[in-house]
Design a protein around this ligand. Structure first.
Ligand SMILES: NC(=O)c1ccc[n+]([C@@H]2O[C@H](COP(=O)([O-])OP(=O)(O)OC[C@H]3O[C@@H](n4cnc5c(N)ncnc54)[C@H](O)[C@@H]3O)[C@@H](O)[C@H]2O)c1
Length: 351
């Protein structure tokens, strides 16, 4: 079996997850890696025992690669992915596409120009729990989805580039693009977005940390995000299993014409209800099923490299197309940037 020769672009932090998946995948040969930091290159050599370069350009020049996995800060994605596409490599690039909409557009355009393969890491579309929810929705069990609500109350993050408005692109770019992409996955094209935000609770954040967004869809459905950082205890060392007790929520609620579906990550539960007509003429939600997962990682319950990366490798190996196009990811980015604009201008933005 000819293995897929992968170059890892970026070694530390999030990139390690991709590296581990590559090490576990029998169809992959990690051929080389690159990182701008010496610490990254040193660590990469220890983890993978392959040549490490200071730039992707140098790596591409010296190694025979089939694909690269880019996991570097947002503002580097355009340059790196276009460079790799130009060299004829298949690319899996971390979300968001970039910290600017212009860069995101250029990335989608270069896929056309080089007839390339660029997949953005919107991994929820390969995550088993999302696929299970999609299966239930597609079965018609809860009817037509009219409303999706996403609630997240995380703890505050450290003071790095992810909380810088300019470097990250903003909360909706760096973080909530996953949810916007998921909404589009279930509800199709959007019409408009509108964001309200209160004062930040984390004083070291430039990005919003206390806001509400409403998305209107062409189908007439609506979706909401409530993102509140001020609620949860962010104590270092808190066990994930204790999160629900300390104010952390991470849940999706789907409201359909015939019932509803709720998925709560920290409670590890998936609940389906259907609307039943009672003798007195009233309609009430009744529980159809409630599944409680034993472990967080067992079913790839939320964000997960496992399924996304193996899907990417399988596609490269078989010479298949991307799971979804860069143009589709660009539409998600358009909506995410519209959210930032809506918050800034205090107005609804039409898409
Ligand atoms: N899919 C997800 O859910 C998820 C989760 C976390 C992070 N991310 C994304 O992953 C990306 C990386 O995040 P991070 O926190 O690991 O970033 P980071 O700042 O820790 O950088 C990661 C690595 O990239 C290296 N690097 C920086 N510029 C480079 C360049 N031009 N060429 C080669 N290497 C370079 C750094 O030295 C570092 O080792 C971001 O885009 C982030 O949004 C995605």
């Amino acid at each position: 079996m000819k293995k897929v020769r992968v170059g890892l672009v970026g070694i530390l932090r999030n990139a390690r997850g991709h590296g581990v998946q590559c090490q576990l995948n029998k169809k992959v040969q990690i051929a080389a890696g690159c990182d701008v930091s010496a610490a990254g290159r040193e660590q990469g050599l220890k983890w993978y025992g392959v040549p490490m370069y200071a730039s992707q350009a140098e790596m591409i020049k010296n190694e025979k690669l089939d694909a690269v996995i880019i996991s570097t800060p947002n503002w580097t994605h355009r340059q790196l992915s276009v460079e790799a596409l130009k060299a004829g490599l298949k690319v899996l690039c971390e979300k968001p596409m970039s910290n600017t909409l212009a860069d995101s557009k250029a990335m989608a355009a270069s896929v056309k120009k080089y007839k390339g393969f660029l997949q953005i890491a919107f991994e929820l579309k390969t995550c088993p729990i999302m696929l299970e929810i999609k299966k239930i929705v597609d079965s018609g069990a809860v009817g037509e989805i009219k409303h999706i609500h996403f609630l997240q109350t995380p703890g505050q993050k450290e003071n790095d580039w992810k909380v810088s408005q300019k470097l990250s692109g903003g909360l909706f770019i760096e973080k909530l693009c996953h949810q916007i992409d998921t909404f589009r996955y279930f509800l199709g094209d959007m019409k408009s977005v509108e964001v309200y935000h209160g004062p930040n609770t984390a004083r070291h954040y430039e990005v919003m940390d206390n806001c509400y967004a409403t998305f209107a869809f062409k189908s007439g459905a609506v979706a909401h995000i409530s993102f509140i950082t001020g609620l949860a205890a962010a104590n270092e060392g808190l066990k994930e299993s204790d999160y629900p007790k300390y104010g952390h929520s991470l849940r999706y609620d789907f409201i359909g014409s015939k019932g509803s579906l709720s998925y709560s990550y920290w409670d590890r539960s998936l609940m389906v209800c259907k609307l039943v007509k009672h003798k007195d003429g009233s309609w009430k939600s009744e529980l159809v099923s409630k599944k409680v997962f034993k472990e967080y990682s067992a079913a790839g319950l939320y964000e997960s490299f496992v399924y996304q990366d193996s899907d990417f490798i399988e596609r490269v190996w078989k010479g298949k197309k991307e799971l979804f196009t860069a143009q589709d990811s660009y539409k998600t980015m358009q909506a995410a940037f519209a959210c930032e604009e809506s918050a800034k201008r205090n107005k609804k933005i039409l898409l």
